[in-house]
Design a protein around this ligand. Structure first.
Ligand code: VGL
Ligand code: ZN
Length: 203
């Protein structure tokens, strides 16, 4: 499978669906870091979740899950408005998102400077990058392929896809199932190019 093939993985136990950060603050037009069009992916992601779960694929949901103060936030020296503070309504998964019973949720950015990737976060105290449970979870299911969907294409979807490829997984990112923050014009194209050069199939 190469990016040029453009053919979607068949769902089944060796292929996981990773639903990234489809949370109120990103996907709701009233959210504090609303990603334009974020709400439009929800029904499409739901159909994907249903297809994946029906075929026996693991389906994992990530959540951006920040402390009240983190260098990730502009008020604390970072670049983002306050968003997805642990336990607040904005950090909840979008209410229209289908979450199968028992599906694992991986929370990241919990104390970290960035925490964009579902696979790891940067521990500020130690300066080390530490793994979340996602990698072990996928390994324990024997997953070799992942489909990464959700928000946002130029941040957490990209970082998760890149980390997945670096772990040796085959990774697909279907563009209709993501939206981009676009802090700067062209961030979407740059993110797509970066993913493709790392071997991610952006479809
Ligand atoms: C994200 C910006 C800040 C994301 C998270 O989920 O893509 N973007 N925190
Ligand atoms: Zn964040």
């Amino acid at each position: 499978m190469t990016a040029a093939d453009g053919e979607r993985f068949a769902y089944g136990p060796g292929t996981a669906l990773v639903v990234v950060d489809v949370q109120v603050d990103f996907a709701d037009p009233g959210g504090s870091l609303y990603v334009s069009g974020g709400e439009d992916v929800v029904p499409l992601v739901n159909a994907e979740v249903e297809a994946a779960a029906a075929a026996g694929s693991p389906v994992v949901f990530t959540q951006d899950w920040h402390p009240e103060h983190t260098p990730h936030f502009a008020v604390d020296g970072g670049i983002w408005p306050v968003h997805c503070v642990a336990g607040t309504p904005g950090a909840e998964l979008h209410p229209a998102l289908v979450v199968p019973e028992g599906a694992p949720r991986v929370r990241k950015g919990t104390g970290a400077e960035d925490g964009y990737s579902g696979f790891s976060e940067l521990d500020l105290a130690s300066g080390r990058r530490e793994a979340t449970v996602l990698g072990d979870l996928l390994d324990s299911h024997g997953v070799r392929r992942i489909v990464v969907v959700g928000l946002a294409g130029d941040y957490c979807v990209k970082a998760t896809a890149l980390d997945g490829a670096a772990r040796g997984l085959a990774v697909q990112v279907p563009l209709e199932l993501t939206r981009f923050v676009q802090l700067a014009d062209g961030d979407d194209e740059r993110a797509i190019a970066e993913m493709r050069s790392a071997g991610v199939a952006v479809l």
